[in-house]
Design a protein around this ligand. Structure first.
Ligand code: PRP
Ligand code: URA
Length: 219
């Protein structure tokens, strides 16, 4: 798996990231969701550079014009619930893309809340044969949700290409996905890689619980 970490270079992205992480700013839910959308637009632009392009001729009102546009048949796949704003930002720019949805939620298997299990209950997708699947989820902690979401989506066909996009990844989750996807044809784009996954499997420094910050607590 090839990893592209967009915060390695200074850019506007880091301003959005600092707002997402800042405990004094992130409690404004609308701003939190909007910053995810803005980061998604930047990631989608970077991912567009990885697609296959060919020249086409179009007619302007004045003359013919050659344009170099992508040929990939893109499907955007999203993990519920926290993936929703990121999905919308990718769909803003890949506006003709197909859309796939997988629900996956983490739960604790033990009283000490040290071991997480992941439950996948729902998968809705167009046929994925020969598609470029862009699978988006803002948080990559253990990597289990992305792995199981992809496994669920494989029941809907075999994509030509897999590109994953997240906002914050834990280093150990990236290492885990490297083992699941050893080929460099698979790409992970992220806006930051954080060093620690704590004993409750939360990313540190991270930003907290992305789904709750977007949509409120769940019981
Ligand atoms: C969060 C997040 C990812 C997952 C990442 O979802 O949105 O899907 O955790 O963790 P992992 O890499 O260890 O699988 P969560 O299960 O909290 O559900 P939510 O989106 O409904 O909040
Ligand atoms: N999911 C989140 O929302 N945050 C984390 O730190 C880990 C998983």
């Amino acid at each position: 798996m090839k990893v592209i970490n967009l915060s390695e270079n200074g850019s506007l992205l880091n301003t959005f990231m600092s707002e997402l992480r800042d405990v004094n700013v992130q409690n404004d839910r609308m701003r939190f969701r909007h910053n995810i959308v803005r980061i998604g637009h930047i990631e989608a632009y970077e991912i567009s550079k990885l697609l296959s392009y060919s020249k086409k001729t179009i007619q302007t009102p004045l003359d013919k014009c050659e344009v170099n546009t992508y040929d990939d048949n893109v499907v955007i796949g999203t993990v519920f619930r926290a993936g929703l704003p990121l999905h919308q930002s990718f769909l803003d720019v890949f506006d003709k893309a197909g859309n796939a949805f997988v629900s996956a939620y983490r739960y604790y298997k033990d009283r000490e809340m040290n071991q997480v299990g992941i439950k996948v209950e729902y998968c809705a997708s167009p046929c994925l044969d020969d598609k470029t699947l862009i699978l988006v989820d803002p948080m990559l902690a253990t990597g289990g949700s992305l792995e199981l979401a992809y496994e669920a989506l494989l029941t809907k066909g075999k994509p030509k290409r897999l590109i994953m996009a997240c906002v914050i990844a834990a280093q150990s989750g990236v290492d885990y996905l490297q083992k699941v996807f050893p080929s460099d044809d698979v790409v992970l784009v992220c806006a930051a890689i954080d060093p620690v996954l704590n004993s409750h499997k939360y990313i540190v420094p991270g930003l907290g619980d992305a789904g709750d910050l977007m949509y409120g607590d769940k019981i």
